[in-house]
Design a protein around this ligand. Structure first.
Ligand SMILES: Cc1cc2nc3c(=O)[nH]c(=O)nc-3n(C[C@H](O)[C@H](O)[C@H](O)COP(=O)(O)OP(=O)(O)OC[C@H]3O[C@@H](n4cnc5c(N)ncnc54)[C@H](O)[C@@H]3O)c2cc1C
Length: 397
């Protein structure tokens, strides 16, 4: 069987890669704690096939094809459900962008349509102040942990070895080639290729091997409300773009999160950095503007309590685009990290293109906008990356 490939990290990205590569290569995935215990278990589970650029849309759309198939193949539910959604605009200039994205989506076979505020069919929504929106019938939800478990089962069935409780200490490098990894217990595993999919913890493993990756973890947060009996089912995914918030339904409750300017940086190597299923403290200073925006958009929230405040680390990049592909300065090393809060929905497409790339040793499509080869080592400097978080997170919208 093909190459031997070691995948570091058992989150959505490492598992999506293992699923696509299993059976085509000898795959071993190493997870230091339990599968999903880094960032993936936190995720809100929004799946948005329409992105701002053609190639990101191609990658994201594949989730809509794979997630239902994965359920059939593995017998495990992923919770995938098409809900539809709206991108909401409060400025005319934003409508120009939405028109452009709508035509991009139509080109790829999606069915987006531009709507006026009174065509937004969401009961209870305050459309005052909106100038219009983009309706996307294909927006969806998935359960991130269930999705990861389905990837793992599918990968194992095709021969992948998935090991939990195995921590990689460092990459083994000889003459500019990555030859495998050294584990925390001092043992070594050698392989033809190593794929670094360690999410927020990828930066240091790369750095210690001489590869500078512009990655920075930040606090990313959402709240889950109490049950709201009047909510339509399913509830569409809403993105109030000028207010930086997203809203989705979750079993009769709402999940409200956002992408703020001046995001709070988080030290992945600090005292709690290694803790599995880590929840960061509630951060109302950061979250209050999101809550105010949500109250204006959905006035019924005034009578609704908050059941849970979820705050987890997520890995961002300097230009809000992921770092994917073959690391140019080191043979044998691939990376897929810095998912900028869309790693669950992207895990199918990223897993597929990276698996093809590893097998063929060349990118299967034009991936320049996400190619790790674009990374400027100077941009990876810690102080620069921290400063970039003033804008990079909010740039999502
Ligand atoms: C609050 C919140 C809401 C979100 N909502 C959404 C959403 O709605 N939709 C969406 O698409 N995305 C969402 N995201 C983003 C998404 O969760 C991430 O992009 C995605 O989980 C990243 O997956 P990953 O596999 O790269 O990282 P991780 O899930 O962090 O996986 C990396 C794994 O590597 C392991 N690891 C680290 N170091 C080592 C080592 N030395 N040796 C072995 N293993 C190691 C870690 O333990 C971890 O399990 C959200 C994120 C947060 C925090």
């Amino acid at each position: 069987m093909g190459k031997s490939v070691l995948i570091i990290g058992g989150g959505a990205i490492g598992l999506g890669l293992a699923y696509h590569l299993a059976g085509r290569a000898e795959v071993t995935l190493l997870e230091r704690n339990q599968l999903t215990s880094g960032t993936s278990w936190h995720a809100a589970g929004i799946v948005g096939p329409l992105r701002a650029t053609p190639n990101m849309t191609k990658i994201a759309m594949y989730a809509g094809e794979l997630f239902p198939k994965l359920e059939e193949e593995t017998g495990l539910s992923t919770g995938y459900r098409v809900t539809g959604g709206y991108w909401l605009a409060r400025e005319e200039a934003r409508m120009d962008e939405l028109h452009r994205i709508a035509s991009l989506g139509r080109h790829f076979g999606l069915t987006p349509s531009i709507v006026t505020p009174d065509q937004i069919e969401v009961p209870g929504l305050n459309t005052g102040g909106l100038v219009g929106g983009l309706k996307v019938a294909e927006d969806a939800n998935v359960n991130p942990v269930d999705l990861c478990m389905a990837y793992a089962k599918g990968a194992r069935a095709k021969g992948a070895q998935i090991c939990e409780g195995v921590q990689v200490k460092r990459l083994l490098v000889e003459n500019g080639t990555c030859k495998g990894v050294e584990l925390a217990d001092g043992s070594e595993i050698h392989a033809d290729t190593v794929a670094l999919c360690a999410g927020a913890w990828s930066r240091k493993l790369a750095q210690e091997a001489g590869v500078a990756l512009p990655l920075q973890a930040v606090e990313h947060m959402y709240v889950v409300t109490e049950v709201m009996p009047q909510l339509p089912q399913p509830f569409p995914v809403l993105r109030d773009l000028e207010r930086w918030i997203y809203v989705k339904g979750d079993a009769g409750k709402l999940v409200i999160g956002g992408f703020e300017p001046d995001a709070q940086v988080w030290d992945a190597y600090g005292p709690s950095g290694d803790r599995p299923f880590l929840e960061l403290p509630e951060n109302w200073e950061q979250f209050t503007p999101f809550m105010e925006a949500a109250l204006e958009l959905i006035p019924a929230l005034e009578q609704t309590g908050i059941q849970h405040f979820m705050n987890g680390p997520e890995s961002f990049t300097n230009d809000t685009r992921p770092m994917i592909g073959r690391v140019p300065e080191m043979d044998g090393l691939y990376v897929a990290a810095g998912m900028n809060s869309v790693g669950i929905m992207s895990s199918a497409g990223v897993g597929r293109v990276l698996a093809d790339w590893i097998e063929e040793d060349s990118a299967p499509m034009d991936l320049w906008e996400v190619d790790v080869a674009r990374a400027d080592p100077l941009a990876a400097a810690a102080d620069h990356m921290e400063a970039r978080m003033a804008e990079a997170v909010a740039d999502n919208f």
